[in-house]
Design a protein around this ligand. Structure first.
Ligand code: F6P
Length: 342
């Protein structure tokens, strides 16, 4: 078989590990050939390809990013998109396409597979960990470790100056990074998109923390919203999946806290540092296993499926089920963290 591969959406540590595992097993065990498509769905849409053989995947296991490049191109929005994708797959004699991506990239794979008969297999990635039907996505553990280290470092400088330090982490619709890193780093307040926050309550937690002679650390997900406000966005522009660019809630919080409590407050926006660089051992392990199982699904022609982690097992679930809704933070998980607030 000739297997096409693409990586779409925001990049994430572990993408290269998936491709290495697929190519190594696919070539060695099944005798398959591979072809890479560049920059997510732009590759099949425009017929932009890249060599993907064993030499191409040598040495990439610990490398962040993606050797194929990524983009947020949506072929379903492009003129004649489906026809062009089909034509380019046929031109390159592709028998199956593996899409490695999050809700948007895999949503396209699901439609192309179910509605247009394009043989796709999905592999779930996102640092946000918000894909349904899998316990974890790779990239998340790396992001949480980076954010936790940042929180650890912020504690000592916050205490030296008795300042409030706000740290803004990624998480558009789901607060998994904020919750896990906040718990691991001993944050005094964690704010997530799933639960609107009351700024008066946040200020009360800040004041109570200062009473025990410690400076508070607040972890806020970029998609978190005050009770009577909206998401804070960078500008109004939308990507081709209709997402607006976020960031700014950290600065908004620091200003409000200074105004209301009189305490000095500063913000650190972690941004793309959470997505760059080498994956943790857990993410390399998960990405490698996803790759091994994805090529098995391809070999068995089990299309329209996504590989997923359940406990320690890798299973296959329908792409349509995985992309039907987002996996957000369960209220009980947020409530258990609240004992540490203030
Ligand atoms: O989808 C993952 C993610 O990291 C989100 O948390 C964030 O909102 C978004 O990507 C940022 O993407 P970009 O770098 O393309 O603006």
């Amino acid at each position: 078989m000739r297997v096409g591969v693409l990586t779409g959406g925001g990049d994430c540590p572990g993408l290269n590990a998936v491709m290495r595992a697929m190519v190594r097993k696919g070539v060695k065990q099944y005798g398959h050939e591979f072809i890479g498509f560049r920059d997510g769905w732009r590759g099949p849409l425009e017929g932009d390809t890249s060599k993907l053989d064993i030499p191409a995947v040598r040495g990439i296991l610990p490398r962040g990013g993606t050797i194929l490049g990524s983009s947020r191109t949506n072929p379903l929005k492009a003129e004649d998109g489906v026809r062009r994708v089909k034509e380019n797959l046929a031109k390159h004699e592709v028998d199956a396409l593996v899409a490695i991506g999050g809700e948007d990239t895999l949503g396209v794979a699901s439609t192309l597979s179910d509605d247009y008969g394009i043989p796709c297999v999905g592999v779930p990635k996102t640092i946000d960990n918000d894909l349904n039907a899998t316990d974890y996505t790779f990239g998340f553990d790396t992001a949480v470790n980076i954010a936790t280290e940042a929180i650890d470092r912020l504690h000592t400088t916050a205490e030296s100056h008795m300042r409030v330090l706000v740290i803004e982490v990624m998480g558009r619709h789901a607060g998994w990074i904020a919750l896990h890193a906040g718990l691991a780093g001993g944050a005094n307040v964690i704010l997530i998109p799933e639960r609107r926050f009351d700024i008066d309550q946040v200020c009360a937690w800040v004041e109570s923390r200062f009473k025990v002679r410690y400076a508070p650390i607040i972890v806020v997900a970029e998609g978190a919203m005050p009770k009577d406000g909206d998401m804070v966005t960078k500008d109004g522009t939308l990507d081709s999946f209709g997402h607006v660019r976020l960031s700014g809630i950290g600065d908004w919080l620091a200003k409000e806290i200074e105004k209301r409590t009189g305490k000095e407050a500063r913000t650190t926006v972690l941004g793309h540092i959470q997505r760059g660089g080498t994956p943790t051992a857990f993410d390399r392990w998960l990405a490698t296993r996803f790759g091994l199982h994805a090529i098995d699904a391809v070999h068995e022609r089990d299309f329209g499926k996504m590989v997923a982690l359940r406990g320690t097992n890798i299973v296959r679930v329908p792409l349509a089920e995985a992309t039907a809704k987002l996996k957000t933070v369960d209220p009980s998980l947020y409530e258990e963290a609240q004992v540490f607030f203030g």
